[in-house]
Ligand binder design. Structure first.
Ligand SMILES: [Zn+2]
Ligand SMILES: [Zn+2]
Length: 188
C-alpha cells in the first residue's frame, strides 16, 4: 500500500515540544528517507549527530519518524545529541537513551546546555515568543535574572526582545511543571 504523505501525522517527542517550530525538523514536498526508504514529508537536520565507532554507513536523509522511534539511531549507530550537554550528569539510563537516540536537538549559537529537573531532562520549547515575554512565568524570570548582569530587568528585556536575536529558550519540567528560561549565550 502506498502511503500518502499528506496524511502522515507528525510524531511527538518527549523532550522537544515542537521541533518543526524550532526549525530542526523541516517540511519537504516528498522525499525518500534513507533510514526507512519511505516517502516522507518531515525531515530531521542531523548535522550534529554523533556517530559511534561501530558506525559504517552514513545517512543522506532521516525522516522525523525514524528519529522518534529510534530506528535511525540504531541503524546508523549514532546519537542525535550527546548527553554531555545535560545540566544534570546523573539521570536514569532510560532517560539518557531517549534523550540521545530519539530527541531532535536544537540550534544554538553557543555551547548547548539542556536543562534538567526532577531527575529527568526538561522539555525544550524553543524561543520565547514576544507574547510569552510580555506575559512570562515570573518564577522563571526571577531565576533567569539571578544569573543575569546586575541592573538587568525583565521590562528592559521585554522591550527589546526579538526571538532568536538572541534567543531566550524555554524549558519545562515534565514532573513539577517548573519553567526555566535560558539565554542562548551560555558557555562552559
Ligand atoms: Zn524514515
Ligand atoms: Zn521538576
Amino acid at each position: 500500500m502506498t502511503k500518502r504523505p499528506s496524511i502522515q501525522v507528525a510524531p511527538t517527542f518527549t523532550y522537544h515540544f515542537n521541533p518543526i517550530r524550532t526549525g530542526i525538523i523541516s517540511t519537504y514536498p516528498e522525499a525518500i528517507c534513507s533510514s526507512c526508504n519511505e516517502t516522507r514529508t518531515l525531515f530531521y537536520d542531523f548535522y550534529d549527530a554523533v556517530y559511534s565507532k561501530q558506525s559504517t554507513e552514513r545517512p543522506t536523509s532521516i525522516c522525523a519518524w525514524c528519529v522518534a522511534d529510534g530506528s535511525a539511531a540504531k541503524k546508523y549507530s549514532l546519537r542525535f545529541i550527546s548527553a554531555d550537554c545535560l545540566s544534570s550528569k546523573r539521570l536514569p539510563a532510560s532517560v539518557l537513551e531517549e534523550f540521545e537516540c530519539r530527541t531532535p536537538t536544537y540550534l544554538s549559537c553557543h555551547s548547548m546546555r539542556w536543562l534538567c529537573h526532577c531527575n529527568d531532562a526538561c522539555v525544550f520549547h524553543g524561543d520565547l515568543s514576544k507574547e510569552e515575554v510580555a506575559n512570562p512565568n515570573w518564577e522563571a524570570v526571577a531565576d533567569f535574572l539571578s544569573e543575569a548582569p546586575a541592573g538587568m530587568t525583565w521590562e528592559k528585556i521585554a522591550e527589546y526582545y526579538v526571538p532568536s536575536d538572541p534567543s531566550i529558550f524555554k524549558f519545562a519540567c515534565r514532573h513539577c511543571n517548573a519553567v526555566f528560561y535560558q539565554l542562548d549565550t551560555y558557555r562552559d
